[in-house]
Design a protein around this ligand. Structure first.
Ligand SMILES: Cc1cc2nc3c(=O)[nH]c(=O)nc-3n(C[C@H](O)[C@H](O)[C@H](O)COP(=O)(O)O)c2cc1C
Length: 164
């Protein structure tokens, strides 16, 4: 493993807003998700669930920018838990899974647009989200037509403190 290569993947991944119409092979996305599943997760709960969204459901979601014209749209759900703190851990694990996926997608030239619309009650109903589950995102996936500039980040030194 090489730090320079991995850093480049992390640093150049962007939230893609606009896509080319070129189709995306669902089996390619599945193969990336199959690697992403090696994300950390407490007690091996593997709380992520994926919903591929077809044209009818996509229309009903009525996203303002139609996911930037992405040829493929999927939602990522995080399974619920009886205790609040366990539910938070499920969300954390699913977020790790998502980040793995974003980076893997980027390495094969795919872009991903993250939207939060799945959290809206009417969209939860539309997507048949089970009670207690969280929708962490509805993602447009495709080949980028535009790659935005990276936004400035706060110096990490401003986010670090030391305990005695
Ligand atoms: C939990 C979460 C929800 C997000 N929801 C949206 C969203 O609804 N719309 C959007 O344009 N971007 C959304 N984003 C993407 C961020 O806007 C994006 O990551 C941020 O602007 C930094 O840009 P970058 O990913 O290109 O570095 C979301 C990101 C996260 C982690």
């Amino acid at each position: 493993m090489n730090l320079e290569d991995l850093s480049k993947v992390v640093l150049t991944r962007r939230n893609i807003k606009l896509f080319k119409p070129d189709p995306v092979d669902e089996s390619l996305v599945l193969s990336l998700l199959d690697i992403a599943k090696f994300a950390p997760n407490h007690r091996m709960t593997q709380p992520w669930e994926i919903v591929f969204i077809g044209p009818e459901t996509r229309r009903k979601l009525n996203h303002k920018a139609d996911f930037g014209g992405a040829p493929l749209v999927m939602a990522v759900l995080s399974e619920g838990a009886a205790k609040d703190e366990d539910r938070v851990e499920q969300i954390i694990a699913t977020s790790c899974f998502i980040q793995n996926f974003l980076l893997l997608a980027h390495t094969v030239g795919l872009g991903v647009r993250w939207t939060s619309i799945g959290a809206q009650p009417e969209n939860r109903t539309l997507l048949h989200v089970p009670e207690g589950y969280d929708v962490l995102g509805v993602f447009g996936i495709g080949y980028p037509a535009e790659i935005p500039q990276a936004k400035e980040r706060t110096m990490i030194s401003e986010k670090v403190r030391h305990m005695p």
